[in-house]
Design a protein around this ligand. Structure first.
Ligand SMILES: *Cc1c(COP(=O)(O)O)cnc(C)c1O
Length: 379
């Protein structure tokens, strides 16, 4: 059976061009970058060439780019690293209730260690009100962490405005940009972003590689002890093929951004209009304008979301009922609850996230099966 993949917010396939660039670094150019012979030194150079490429695309300096093992690690490094290094200045952090667990649970850990965290709730459209950010700043606020785009409902936050506020009040500003990279052009200088997380496997790069951008003026401490890699800020032998793959994937994503967005958004809008005409009693979650091009999050009144995902799987369709991290649990999505979706309706939701490999024909197949299954489940 042909697999039709509509879960690009969970992960993406590695682009062929990315894979090809990575291959030599597994078994030919395999030297340890810390070694002092040529086979190793070559790889140290390769890492720095790719670091510079990534820095150029974000408009920062190469020494502000740190390679990690995933988006979750980047979130941990930035938030804990800043919190612990600045605790003498203050212990208050502002974030949102709709962050990814990598941010939410990092903040929970900090709360157990003497920090105070404010979790801002977005409005019903899934967008944070910047006045809420301002209202919650107090003496001792050291960090604001607001995700660029949400992984479940796709809403895009007013990052540039929040950056301005953070700068004005001299508070560090971090954004988890894991979902935004490749969909939104990001200029960390223009947007006043002090720290940013990304993850390669969300933009057609390999799994197990993350990037943390941290402005050189930001005080932060390492959280992983060991060797002196990554300017002594993140120990561990570097994932050279992964780093090459990440820079290549980011280059492709950045070059193709407008073209991909145009294509994917048209597919998404076609999907939503088809669902609206063919399936009664649905609700679209999250703002329709300030939204990732490929995201559709839909609640189906009276239908169990998890059951729907399982039925679709039987016909070769991959979609998500929440974020991948919470899909195994039966708890309704914290994001949907945060924007005021009632508990039972949150359990009746489907997240469809489209990518550059999807076609109109895929969408027709998805809608046709969705319609059939919903009808069957209702009768
Ligand atoms: C996927 C994701 C992460 C985690 O990235 P990993 O590389 O899977 O650890 C963090 N934040 C957001 C918004 C994500 O979508």
């Amino acid at each position: 059976m042909k697999i039709r993949y509509f879960d690009h917010s969970a992960t993406t396939p590695v682009d062929r061009r990315v894979l090809e660039k990575m291959l030599p670094y597994f078994s030919e150019n395999f030297g340890n970058p810390s070694a002092i012979y040529s086979l190793g030194k070559l790889n140290k150079e390769i890492i720095n060439i790719n670091r510079t490429k990534i820095a150029r695309m974000l408009n920062c300096k190469a020494n502000e780019i740190y390679f990690t093992s995933c988006g979750s690690e980047s979130d941990n490094l930035i938030i804990k690293g800043i919190a612990y290094a600045n605790r003498s200045r203050g212990r208050h952090i502002i974030t949102t209730s709709i962050e990814h667990p990598a941010v939410l649970n990092t903040c929970k850990t900090l709360e157990k260690n003497g920090f105070i965290v404010t979790y801002l709730r977005p409005r019903e459209n899934g967008i944070i009100d910047i006045n809420d950010v301002i209202r919650n700043i107090r003496r001792g606020t050291i960090l604001i962490s607001v995700m660029f785009a949400n992984n479940e409902i796709g809403t895009i936050q007013p990052i540039e405005e929040i950056g301005k506020i953070a700068k004005k009040y001299h508070i560090y500003f971090h954004t988890d940009a894991v979902q935004a990279i490749g969909n939104v052009r990001i200029d960390v200088k223009k947007m006043n972003i002090d720290a940013l997380s990304m993850s390669s496997h969300k933009f057609y790069g390999p799994k197990g590689v993350g990037v943390a951008y941290i402005n050189e003026d930001v005080q932060f401490s390492r959280i992983q002890d060991g060797g002196h890699q990554e300017n002594d800020k993140r120990a561990g032998t570097e994932n050279v093929p992964g780093i090459v793959g990440t820079a290549t994937a980011l280059e492709i994503a950045t070059n193709d951004i407008e073209q991909n967005n145009y294509y994917i958004k048209r597919l998404r809008d076609y999907f939503i209009s088809q669902v609206k005409t063919k399936i009664p009693n649905i609700r679209i979650n999250g703002d329709m304008i300030k939204r990732l091009p490929g995201n559709a999050n839909i609640s189906f009144y009276g239908i169990d979301g998890k059951g729907l995902v399982e039925e679709l799987d039987k016909v070769g369709i991959c979609v998500s009922s929440g974020s991948a991290c919470s899909a195994g649990l039966i708890n309704p999505s914290h994001v949907l609850l945060s924007i005021g979706v009632p508990n039972n309706l949150a359990r009746s939701s489907l997240r469809v996230t489209l990518g550059k490999g999807n076609t109109i024909e895929d969408i027709d197949y998805l809608v046709e099966n969705l319609e059939k299954i919903v009808q069957k489940k209702k009768s």
